[in-house]
Design a protein around this ligand. Structure first.
Ligand SMILES: C[S@@+](CC[C@H](N)C(=O)[O-])C[C@H]1O[C@@H](n2cnc3c(N)ncnc32)[C@H](O)[C@@H]1O
Length: 283
């Protein structure tokens, strides 16, 4: 039985399944439909009410763009910085271990709660899924000592790594965001890369967004955190933007021809959603 925030990972999987089945899909995730299950598609259909310009099974432009942006940015960082460790923090139903072209010696750590892996691992087994890297499952909670859980599973904090936090930060309390980023400072040595997305802080208090936010509260997975200036925010934790830097979802670098007038009436198109690609500063 998944918690409400756990179910959001099935919702993202449903969105990726629709993208995979779309004519001009931005990526192929053949695992997404199995991960989403009835629950993921039901939540997707429930939340579609907040995207009135889109038909029931049209992909979610924001999630599709975000996924493709981080596919590209992550692979580019691993290649250019010669990284051998990848950490997907709050991995949920992320299938990148199985669908991206890794070098054999890349170790990819999926970090999430036990409930997620209790759900995910049997599905992967059933699909006979084979990771294209050395995949490691790290069962922990980000409100606990996740750094020790990660190092106990073989992560080497003296070697640079790529860390991806996708679709997570808005679900965390501001105090948890701060401790998670402080912990990250202790794990990421110079040369490391960070991918992360944030919503704009102003969205959380906007009357325009209240119907959507109140729906999330009712579902038990409220949005709790946003930033006004993502560059300044990550700098205080020792990260500086790197190509493709910090972009707003829908801008030229994060558009892929898919952010059009059909999504102009959705909540997410009115407020900035920041996609961050950053490099650990030397200290
Ligand atoms: C919207 S899903 C995103 C999953 C994945 N990053 C993706 O993009 O497919 C949010 C994920 O955050 C995880 N999560 C939320 N709070 C967490 C916590 N305190 N510790 C560990 N994982 C957490 C949930 O279990 C869920 O898998």
């Amino acid at each position: 039985m998944l918690s409400p925030v756990g179910v959001t990972s099935l919702y993202v999987a449903a969105a990726r399944a629709y993208e995979t089945e779309y004519r001009q899909g931005l990526f192929v995730d053949t695992y997404a439909r199995s991960f989403a299950g009835d629950k993921g598609f039901a939540l997707f259909s429930d939340l579609r009410a907040f995207s009135p310009g889109l038909s029931a099974n049209a992909p979610h432009p924001g999630i599709s763009i975000r996924t493709r942006f981080f596919d590209d940015a992550l692979l580019m960082a691993v290649h250019e910085l010669s990284l051998k460790q990848v950490v997907l923090v709050a991995a949920g139903m992320d299938a990148r271990a199985f669908r991206l072209p890794w070098m054999d010696d890349v170790q990819l750590f999926e970090v999430d709660r036990q409930e997620i892996f209790q759900y995910k691992e049997p599905i992967l087994l059933n699909l006979n899924a084979r990771a294209k890297c050395v995949r490691k499952v790290v069962v922990t909670d980000l409100e606990q000592d996740w750094a020790t859980a990660l190092t106990n599973n073989g992560f080497d904090r003296h070697k640079p790594a790529a860390f991806l936090f996708e679709g997570l930060m808005f679900y965390l309390k501001p105090a948890t965001v701060a401790t998670v980023l402080e912990t990250l400072q202790s794990l990421a040595c110079p040369g490391s890369w960070l991918g992360m997305d944030f919503v704009e802080a102003e969205l959380l208090n906007s009357p325009y967004a209240q119907p959507f936010l109140s729906k999330l509260r009712k579902l038990g997975c409220p949005w709790l955190f946003g930033v006004s200036n993502p560059e300044q925010f990550i700098l205080q934790y020792g990260w500086q933007p790197r190509q493709p830097k910090i972009v707003v979802l829908g801008e030229a670098e994060a558009n892929y021809g898919r952010w059009s007038s059909s999504v102009s009436s959705t909540t997410s198109s009115v407020f900035n959603h920041y996609l961050v690609s950053a490099r650990r500063m030397n200290f």
